[in-house]
Design a protein around this ligand. Structure first.
Ligand code: F42
Length: 328
């Protein structure tokens, strides 16, 4: 099992660098930085982290093919790879529709766009002149003027077709989920894609990109997870809620509370223990370790500790290092 940590650059880059250094000292393997237009830029953040860390791998978690042309992405991640001494990873997914609506970008054919973009990126990473006339992506002989290195490509994916595609073409998959039930389905799809492409499914790093909340006091950990879990429930397809035995009607109530900014209701009874159990890795170090063991048994090979990480981020990073990574 490898360990990653996610940071959202809604926080200042200097603060993220402080946490990333701490994570490196605590034995984390990867740091993943999210990409949304309204936060600090992902590549600026990664470049700064490259200068402030030595061994931890540095990934976009995840960028997308709509706000950045694949050639620009290759150039950006190639530069991060160069300055970090080969520590870059490119996480890419179709992106967040809500932010694209705000930017006036239409989310056409996300699966095909991602597939064709990855094909182009591989060409750039191999130093090729890329000629493409895809359904969604076209290139007329673009080529990097420097060696980007062979940057590993991870896909952000949840849907069955996306997971299958990841099995066919990616080095790893970042799956926004925390419960073994969701991974049973995902691991099958990834393996099917890998087999279709004549690959060994074991060559694909399956990452649980999880809502994570750890504290020595389980109640505090739970309370810190509630708001993130509320957003996950509000954005989950009914089928996923049913899989976990969660009342689908609760989704509308939570969505309404989010829309009203009624955080009191969200911190109260609206977000239930069942929801926290389904959509986060949460509790004491022993609770978290037990869930990680279950995930590993099902085929998860990387756990990414995502927001909130814990009621106190610094303490949580140290707790994961000492009690989970150290004891792994
Ligand atoms: N998105 C961001 O914008 N920023 C982030 O920082 C970010 C981080 C992140 C981390 C992990 C993770 O798993 C996802 C993350 N995302 C982030 C979201 C990510 O970019 C994707 O939006 C999300 O993972 C994709 O969700 P999905 O796998 O459910 O895929 C969607 C597109 C879907 O509907 N998939 C279907 C499926 O079965 O997989 C396929 C739909 C399909 O086949 N569409 C056809 C096609 O070509 O696209 C078109 C059909 C037609 O209309 O003709």
């Amino acid at each position: 099992m490898t360990f990653g940590i996610e940071f959202v650059p809604s926080d200042p880059v200097l603060k993220i660098a402080h946490y990333a250094k701490l994570a490196e000292q605590q034995g984390f393997d990867n740091v993943w930085i999210t990409d949304h237009y309204n936060n600090r830029d992902v590549y600026t953040t990664l470049a700064f982290l490259a200068m402030n860390t030595n061994t931890i791998k540095l990934g976009t978690g995840v960028t997308n093919p709509y706000t950045r042309n694949a050639a620009i992405t290759a150039s950006s991640i190639g530069a991060v790879n160069e300055i970090s001494g080969g520590r870059a990873i490119l996480g890419i997914g179709p992106g967040d529709k809500a932010t694209f609506d705000a930017m006036g970008i239409s989310w056409d054919k996300p699966l095909s766009t991602t597939k064709e973009t990855i094909e182009a990126l591989k060409g750039f990473f191999e130093g090729k002149k890329v000629e493409m006339d895809g359904d969604m992506i076209k290139f007329g002989g673009a080529k990097m003027a420097f060696k980007t290195g062979d940057v590993p490509i991870y896909m952000g994916a949840q849907g069955p077709k996306m997971l299958e595609l990841a099995g066919e073409v990616a080095d790893g998959v970042l799956i926004n989920a925390s419960h073994p039930k969701d991974f049973e389905v995902a691991v099958e799809k990834i393996a099917a894609g890998a087999k279709k492409a004549g690959r060994d499914p074991k060559d694909i790093d399956v990452a649980a990109y999880a809502c994570f909340s750890i504290d020595k006091d389980a109640a505090k950990a739970k309370s810190a997870a509630k708001i993130v879990v509320a957003f996950i429930v509000a954005g989950s397809p009914d089928m996923v809620l049913e899989r976990h035995g969660i009342d689908v009607a609760a989704k509308a109530d939570i969505g309404a509370a989010i829309a009203k900014g009624d955080f009191g209701a969200l911190m109260g009874d609206l977000v239930t223990d069942d929801m926290i159990n389904a959509f986060s890795i949460c509790g004491t170090p022993e609770d978290c370790k037990a869930r990680i063991d279950e995930l590993m048994a099902i085929g998860v090979t990387q756990v990414v500790a995502g927001s909130p990480i814990g009621p106190n981020k610094e303490k949580a990073i140290k707790l994961i290092g000492k009690e989970i990574i150290g004891g792994n």
